[in-house]
Design a protein around this ligand. Structure first.
Ligand code: PBG
Length: 322
């Protein structure tokens, strides 16, 4: 007689037969970095998330390490923006200085950098504008230089998030030409044009000043296209591929996990974070339970790695559980 409730009848039985487990090794925490000293600017739409200057960032990374974290995704917010996003390739730009400082202080901490122009351009688009549209080939030339400059500063992994065509090939070529054979490319291969990025644009000052990102980011209604994007990026030299956002796109994570053999990364984005925070602040939900359930669902769908603004908190909760 099959009785499903048998295996659910005690906490330890449930524990014994659990199929998916979150591990402390699953997480990557994003960090925002600004120029200046002693800064810790709150992001109103993302309570608990700050824009740090390098000195305070080092303390935040130290705290994250103490919680068990070992990898971070870093976003630079330059003091000056211009049409071409020139600060993105400045040797002494905010992200380059950040990477050097982290590697000096914590050499083994895995540093992942976001490679995209949107917080560096005055118009907020992810590339160089020509005839009112983002020019693919001019943009990837800058992205290649940007990836090389992050690597020169010490980045372990570069993560292009712009959604231009052939950017992975261009970045891989430029890295090889400069002798960086071991830089990992984590491609934001499947990045949807999503309303879930709203709070991030507040955090990173990167909202487009005209139009939207629909001519380069994917249509949320498309699934097969995700597989095409991911396969192409792997062909061009990506070591890992990302699906973004996460919770509304579990089918896409699962599809990539089934069809591909590279690590699949899920980015649980700013809007996912803010919705949980907002509802929790009203006591409408149990934050810890909702969060661990959501993260478990992302992993169950097939994510090998989860990028989440809640990583530090998740690590703390996981270390309290048996
Ligand atoms: C940059 C970039 C974005 C995010 C990561 N890299 C925003 C965008 O495309 O507008 C979103 C991350 C988030 O919402 O947490 N292109």
């Amino acid at each position: 007689m099959t009785r499903f409730r048998r295996l659910r009848s005690s906490p330890n039985l449930r524990r014994l037969v659990q199929e998916t487990r979150l591990s402390k090794d699953d997480f990557v925490q994003p960090f925002f970095v600004v120029e200046g000293k002693n800064k810790r600017e709150a992001v109103p739409s993302m309570p608990g998330i700050y824009r740090y200057s390098i000195d305070t960032l080092l303390k935040a990374v130290e705290r994250y390490r103490k919680a068990g974290g070992y990898a971070g995704l870093f976003f630079g917010l330059p003091a000056k923006k211009d049409l071409k996003g020139s600060e993105a390739v400045n040797k002494n730009g905010v992200i380059q200085k950040t990477v050097r400082a982290i590697k000096k202080e914590f050499p083994d901490f895995l540093v992942i950098t976001d490679v995209c122009l949107c917080s560096y351009t005055s118009h907020g688009h992810c590339g160089i504008i020509k005839n009112n549209s983002v020019d693919n080939d001019e943009t990837i030339a800058v992205l290649g230089r940007m990836a090389v400059s992050h690597t020169e500063a010490g980045a372990d992994i570069v993560a292009p998030s712009d959604m231009m065509d052939f950017r992975v090939r261009r970045i891989r070529d430029d890295l090889e030409k400069n002798g960086f054979l071991n830089t990992v490319i984590l491609s934001y291969a499947v990045k949807y044009a999503s309303a879930f990025y709203g709070p991030f644009r507040d955090a990173a000052h990167s909202a487009p000043h005209f139009g939207d990102r629909k001519s380069y980011q994917m249509n949320p209604a498309n699934a097969r296209e995700a597989l095409k994007e991911a396969k192409k990026d792997i062909e061009e030299g990506a070591d890992m591929v990302m699906v973004k956002p996460a919770l509304a796109y579990l089918d896409i994570i699962s599809l990539l996990k089934k069809e591909l053999t590279v690590p699949v990364v899920a980015y649980s984005v700013s809007g996912e974070y803010s919705m949980i925070e907002a509802a929790a602040a009203k006591n409408w939900i149990n934050k810890k339970d909702i969060l661990l359930e959501s993260l478990t669902a992302i992993k169950r769908a097939g994510a090998d790695i989860i990028i989440s603004y809640h990583s530090e908190e998740a690590l703390k909760w996981l270390s309290q559980n048996p």
